[in-house]
Design a protein around this ligand. Sequence first.
Ligand code: HEM
Length: 290
Amino acid sequence: MLPWNDRAGKLSALKLIVFLGVLAPGLWIAVQAATGTLGSKPITSAIHQSGDWAVRFLLLSLLVTPLRHVADWPKLIAVRRMVGVAAAAYAAFHLAFYVVEQAFNLQKVASEIVLRFYLTIGFVGLLGLIALAATSTDAMIRRLGSARWNRLHLLTYPIAFIAIWHFFLQTKLDVSEPVLMLGFFVWLMGFRLMRRYGFAVGPLQLTALAIISAVATALLEALWYATMTGVMASRILYANLDVAFGIRPALWVGLAGLALVAVNLVRMWGRSRERSGAPRGRRAAVAAAE
Ligand code: HEM
């Protein structure tokens, strides 16, 4: 079955757009490689770019379920598998680029993975992603049964955490991007906890989640710098209030959370208009002409 077709075998615009979206960063890396614009260390740059996209797609795959509820868009589930498999594929390319960087010396690659903790956890994350991708087919879901399949795919959460940890550990000084990813992860987990404990997903709850995630991001960032570099936590926290040097990750997390509140409000407004029978689109034009 073609990745952009729906279950009935018809072209799905949503699936096609997402397919092109997950392909785009890979094509961009290939274009940079072909045109010699990957920088002075092309393989290292390819390792970094593929790693970044592996984490981003992993978190986007975790966003599908919340977005289905927030935007009241059940069809979105059709693209979750594609985004998750894309994360696994980028992670596999990431390892392949690392093997190229090590001049195909597999013994060296293996010993580095065993000796360097950040590579060891990266390897565990990659194995997990490959296991999830391999069991994501309809045939595997049928074989495992949905209860066991769901239990297995709960592994996505620890794998995402491990990937972000690997991201932190390999970063030399400025951990802004891993902090941002951690902040989004906090929001994604917070959303799941909210639903698990029976909270409704409405604008108020989502606003509270956005604020809590932003504050947690700021605290986690300060904790990281304080423990790893000795910089005073209060100075890092204060930097969040000063946007002169750019927006800090905690603020981005809060803004992204509030953007989802806006999506939810628009969707609720649309639904209430539908319920009150307000004419829409073509019906509205026909009603106006009459
Ligand atoms: C065997 C598994 C893996 C190996 C050998 C590996 C290796 C590496 C290496 C060598 C770097 C660059 C370090 C540096 O330049 O100092 C890196 C960075 C990174 N890796 Fe991995 N990695 C693995 C798995 C993963 C997985 C599973 C993910 C995500 C799902 C991931 C995401 C990242 C990210 C986001 C970066 C940082 C990129 C950046 O700084 O822009 N890695 N990894």
